[in-house]
Design a protein around this ligand. Sequence first.
Ligand SMILES: Cc1cc2nc3c(=O)[nH]c(=O)nc-3n(C[C@H](O)[C@H](O)[C@H](O)COP(=O)(O)O)c2cc1C
Ligand code: SF4
Ligand code: SF4
Length: 266
Amino acid sequence: MTAAATIYWFSGTGNSLAVARRLSAAFEGARLLPIASLDGVARPEGVVGVVCPVYFEGLPLIVQEFVARLDARALTYSFLVLTPGGFAGWAPVQARRLFRSAGRPLDAAFSVKMPDNYIAILDIPRPERQRQILSRAERALDEIAGAASRRERRLGVGITVPLGALAHLVMGRSFARACRRRDERFVVTDACTACGLCVRVCPKENIVLSGGRPRWNHRCEQCFGCINLCPVAAIQVRNRPTARRGRYHHPDIGAIDIGSQRRNAD
Ligand SMILES: Cc1cc2nc3c(=O)[nH]c(=O)nc-3n(C[C@H](O)[C@H](O)[C@H](O)COP(=O)(O)O)c2cc1C
Ligand code: SF4
Ligand code: SF4
């Protein structure tokens, strides 16, 4: 056990929250703070970790904006843990640049492969494969938690920079530019029971029920929480075969945990 730490997290389907919780156990008295609930400049001291998914080979827009607002000058150690379904891509490089601009360089970047939740492109892994990925992740996290609690400097672990840079240039920048309005592609089917779970799960409070159906308000992070957590799989992505695909959330993390990152969480 070492000094207290602040671990900032963002998560759409629970992978990054599960990872943030696991890492917090390595730091005595660690605070877990949801990025989606924070406004203004953060001025943490001591040790800081950031845990988040990878979107189109980069950092989620909300995480980019958070680190851009961070004042890192009073930090003694900072680390990033990414939870891609495949590869960390360009995200660690983005984070390094953002931390440099925040006043103190990032000390370590780690990547742990988790089940992929982006059903607009891929189906979710089969249950057996999910169990395999999660059990490998457990082992990787023991290693990462040890390295971070010893404050090891490690940049580049598990990261494919040239490929990530290319993929990010091709897809990531345009994704980030259009991200907030990409909820225009979401549609709801008659399977919807007007239960309101999508409203409560959305980290950005981007959904309201209107006439018993969800309506999206273009503050979207594209976390795919609403799509994956809907109990009847009623939310689809237009022109994508999402109706035929499975739905995923981390087995230890439910809708209430994910919804807890909202600013006005119940
Ligand atoms: C919009 C979107 C884009 C994604 N792009 C990538 C990607 O480029 N590379 C990758 O490895 N995983 C990608 N993923 C998968 C997530 O990074 C991965 O499933 C992550 O563990 C989800 O974390 P969460 O459960 O904390 O939201 C993407 C997911 C979404 C929703
Ligand atoms: S979670 Fe699904 S069923 Fe419930 S209101 Fe939202 S779309 Fe409808
Ligand atoms: S609307 Fe859906 S995809 Fe967009 S931020 Fe909210 S939960 Fe995530």
